[in-house]
Design a binder for this molecule. Sequence first.
Ligand code: ADP
Ligand code: MN
Ligand code: MN
Ligand code: MN
Length: 383
Amino acid sequence: MSDTAHGKVEDNPKILSGPVLTNSPNAVLSKTLLSRYNDLPLPADKILATYIWIDGSGEHMRCKDRTLNFIPKQPKDLPVWNFDGSSTGQADGHNSDTFLVPRALYKDPFRRGNHLLVMCDTFKYNMEPTETNHRVKCQEAYDKCKDEEPWFGIEQEYILLDSDLRPFGWPPGGFPPPQGPYYCGVGANKVFARDLVEAHYRCCLYAGVPICGTNAEVMPSQWEFQVGPSVGVTAADDLWMARYILHRLAEEYGVIVTFDPKPVQDWNGSGAHTNFSTKKMREENGIIEIEKAIDKLSKVHMKHIKVYDPRGGKDNERRLTGLHETASINDFSAGVANRGSSIRIPRAVAEEKKGYLEDRRPASNCDPYAVVDALMRTCILNE
Ligand code: ADP
Ligand code: MN
Ligand code: MN
Ligand code: MN
């Protein structure tokens, strides 16, 4: 641990930028009053649907609600909708209508019943995908390599912030004791806001997001959950929905979730390690296929770095330093059980000679549609 970790917060002024509230209004609202109105019986044929999409930042999410008079069974049963793209960085004011196309349905853990969360992608006035719609290309790639059964399991790391945008529970004006005891920690001085993490786990499973695990991370108030393995483009739908549910729950708790990959210098950053396999990798001696994929990845390192965060590699520059369990952004490396390499082959995979590889490069704020797309194109489609 370097000395700055014990320094004053002024030595490290930029923890995060954004609107600072002295006290989140959400934290002081009564959390029990809403239950009175949640009990109001609604007409049986009224279904509330929350349409959710990625905005023009490629990183942040937006949502709005509408009433349906039927119970949709699949995304295409739902109407295409629109929104004001000039307010989300997705259109200019003269031609602002931007379309929302429903792509994946989840049960709504907040409203329950037949109510729905709807993951959408976005299209311009002329029905061309918006700049931050990477889903269309991801779907195209998946359609071309379906038979290889590409599976993805993504480890989403994130950090909770208080309303002053400092990590939740950190001492005012300073730092907590150095990292070490917090990863997978237990105890009130080691982990903060487990209640929120537990609620998120349950909400995701209820919604139909296949969360397969969760753990406290290296920095206090940093956590991780894992989604998958899910097939192809669905893995990215699932991860975005898990992110939405997390933001939405944190709103109720009055804390803020950040997927910034490196909010605090000299402390571990956040990644979105992407675990990937094909049918052949999962079969006997699949390690040969895994090695072939690693060889292909080694030849297009920078191409992947460019799509592994929403700013073409700029965000990952702060995180992939070669320190704090990362490899340098400039070099490609691979190794068994090596957490300082770009690609890691898990120990158990090396022993069984089959399974999957872990790409440790994607930043926590990556667009998983772009990551999944790039892995399918490089490793399966040879593009
Ligand atoms: P780590 O040891 O890197 O912290 P985790 O246990 O947090 O690993 O995450 C492992 C991830 O690997 C999970 O998201 C899981 O879904 C995924 N995974 C497991 N098997 C496969 C597979 N065959 N193909 C793709 N992903 C897989
Ligand atoms: Mn993990
Ligand atoms: Mn982790
Ligand atoms: Mn990992």
